[in-house]
Design a binder for this molecule. Structure first.
Ligand code: MF3
Ligand code: CO
Ligand code: CO
Length: 256
C-alpha cells in the first residue's frame, strides 16, 4: 500500500475528480422521475461529464461496459446497464453510480433515488444502507483496521434484518479505478490492514432486503439478488487524513 499513499498534490486532484462525480449526482436528481428511461439518465450524465466537466466517464468501455454510468433498479444490486427499455415507474428505487476521471485521477460515488411514491419498507432499506455508509465513514482514521469498518457495516445491517452482499466490495482508488485494498462490507473487529494517512478508497455497502446471494445476468454485467428482493447501495470516495477522513465525493446536501 505504501506506494499508493497520496501526497497533498495528489489529493488536490482527487478532490476535483470527487467533486465532479458528486456534481453529476446533484445534476441528475431532478431527472429521476417516473417515465424517464435509464438510457436518458445515462445520456444526461455522459453529456454533463464530457461537455460541461470536460472529464472522462470511467465506466464507458471499462472492461467492455457499454455506458457511462451504472443504473441499478429495485432487485438489481449493482452494474445495471442503462437501456431505453428500462423506464422508471413510481415506487422504484434506483442507484446511479458515477465515476469520473479528471486530470488522470478518479472519483467514484453512487446514491439511491426514490422514484415517485415508494413503500415504507423500501425507504427503510435505502435509509439503513445510507446509515451503514455514514457510520463506517465516521470510524475512518489512522490506526483503525479495515475489518472494523466491515464489521460495523454488517452489524448495523443485520441488526435491521438486512443482509450484506459479499461478492462486491469497495476498493482503493486513485490513478486507477480499482486498486488495493479491497474494502469488504462485512468482517471481524481487529482484522485487516491498518489505515494510514494518505490512503484513498471507496466504501460502497450493498444491502439486501432478503438473502445476501447474488446472481449475474446473462448480459455479463447486471448483478441481481437471487431471491428477487430489493437491494440498496450508497458509495463515497474518501481520503484518510491525520484526524479522520475527508469525503472527496460529498454532495452539497451532506454534512461531514
Ligand atoms: N462504479 C463501480 C464501482 O463502484 C464500478 C462500475 S464498473 C462498470 O466500483 F464497468 F460497471 F462501470
Ligand atoms: Co461506483
Ligand atoms: Co467503487
Amino acid at each position: 500500500m505504501s506506494e499508493n499513499l497520496r501526497s497533498e498534490n495528489d489529493l488536490s486532484k482527487m478532490r476535483i475528480a470527487g467533486r465532479l462525480a458528486a456534481e453529476v449526482l446533484e445534476m441528475i436528481e431532478e431527472h429521476v422521475v417516473p417515465g424517464v428511461s435509464t438510457a436518458q439518465l445515462d445520456r444526461l450524465c455522459h453529456e454533463h461529464i464530457v461537455d460541461v466537466q470536460q472529464a472522462i466517464p470511467a465506466c464507458l468501455g471499462y472492461r467492455g461496459f457499454p455506458n457511462s454510468v451504472c443504473t441499478s433498479i429495485n432487485q438489481v444490486i449493482c452494474h445495471g446497464i442503462p437501456s431505453p427499455a428500462k423506464i422508471l415507474k413510481s415506487g422504484d428505487i434506483i442507484n446511479i453510480d458515477v465515476t469520473v476521471i479528471k486530470d488522470g485521477w478518479h472519483g467514484d460515488t453512487s446514491r439511491m433515488f426514490l422514484v415517485g411514491k415508494v413503500s415504507n419498507h423500501a425507504k427503510r432499506l435505502v435509509a439503513v444502507s445510507q446509515e451503514c455508509l455514514y457510520l463506517s465513514i465516521d470510524r475512518v482514521k489512522p490506526g483503525v483496521r479495515l475489518g472494523d469498518l466491515g464489521h460495523h457495516i454488517q452489524a448495523h445491517a443485520e441488526a435491521n434484518h438486512y443482509s450484506v452482499v459479499r461478492e462486491y466490495c469497495g476498493h482503493g482508488i486513485g490513478r486507477d479505478f480499482h486498486e488495493e485494498p479491497q474494502v469488504l462490507h462485512y468482517g471481524k473487529l481487529n482484522s485487516g490492514i491498518e489505515l494510514v494517512k494518505g490512503m484513498t478508497f471507496t466504501i460502497e455497502p450493498m444491502l439486501n432486503a432478503g438473502r445476501a446471494a447474488t446472481k449475474l445476468k446473462r448480459d455479463g454485467w447486471t448483478v441481481e439478488t437471487s431471491d428477487g428482493r430489493l437491494s440498496s447501495q450508497w458509495e463515497h470516495t474518501i481520503a484518510v487524513t491525520a484526524a479522520g477522513c475527508e469525503v472527496l465525493t460529498a454532495r452539497a446536501d451532506e454534512r461531514f
